[in-house]
Design a protein around this ligand. Sequence first.
Ligand code: AMP
Ligand code: MG
Length: 307
Amino acid sequence: MSDLTKYIQLIKSGEVVAFPTETVYGLGADAWNPSAIQKVFEVKGRPSDNPLIVHISNSKQVADFALEIPDSATKLMETFWPGPLSLVLKKKPEVLDAVTAGLDTVAIRMPDHPLALDFISQTGPLVAPSANTSGKPSPTKATHVQQDFGKDFPVIDGEATKIGLESTVVDLTQPIPAILRPGSISRKQIEEDLGTEVEESFFHHTEKPRSPGQKYSHYKPNAGVRWLKENEQPENPSSLYLLISERESGSNIINYNEDLNKLAAELYDRFRQADHESFKEVVLERFEDYNSEIASALLNRINKSIL
Ligand code: AMP
Ligand code: MG
């Protein structure tokens, strides 16, 4: 296991450090230090109206940020934490505006990764957006972080992330809970746990979305991204094909054999590979959900990269 001492010191002195979680690598900064949070926005080139998720290592820390903890939150925390589920709750007045982009709510999660939990338990709560340049595919390996921020950038190396897509974001501040961003914990799982209906609020590009991040383009490689057309054969050498159904593989044809979890885990790495190897486009075969919890999140990220 890596020695975290120097990274903990960096956080304590107001610097930013990238670290692995089970979803993607996060760019961590002390959630109570305004100038450290300012650095997060600068390093990423992130629009200042896009709020950050607070990452904690202990459920008790929720009470430092949330004004109230509804029963629904307690339930979801018990079932899914540590894990890829961010809860949007009414914020305490002392939570920094830079964290919430001036909203009266705050998003919080406890990541399911031993290094992340060890790190945060020694630094205290961290804001941690994905550790990529804004608009680029999120990093799922330490090398991705260094591609974006330089090879000397401080990053705790925890190997490739398991899930590969960002957390599910669920808003618990309204009478009906709403999923603002799909992730590997599905609507069905949340509904079953709460025993109530849950809305999805991520399809509509309304002028004022409930999650500010929804209005920004995301997850894009420089190469174009599109769906494989019906009856189209994967035969263009300047395209990188990500296929679902059983077919031949090749140097530019990767076959996922209906394993959507594997495609999700590798998607951003493939996007980055396409740019690294100068492919003109990434062509994805359409898929059904195959009863996979991650199907909705995968479709959401692919559609956003096509937009
Ligand atoms: P990232 O940190 O890059 O994974 O992005 C965080 C996502 O969480 C963005 O889409 C934000 O808009 C969303 N988010 C963070 N805080 C809130 C909040 N208080 N209310 C709604 N959405 C939020
Ligand atoms: Mg991001």
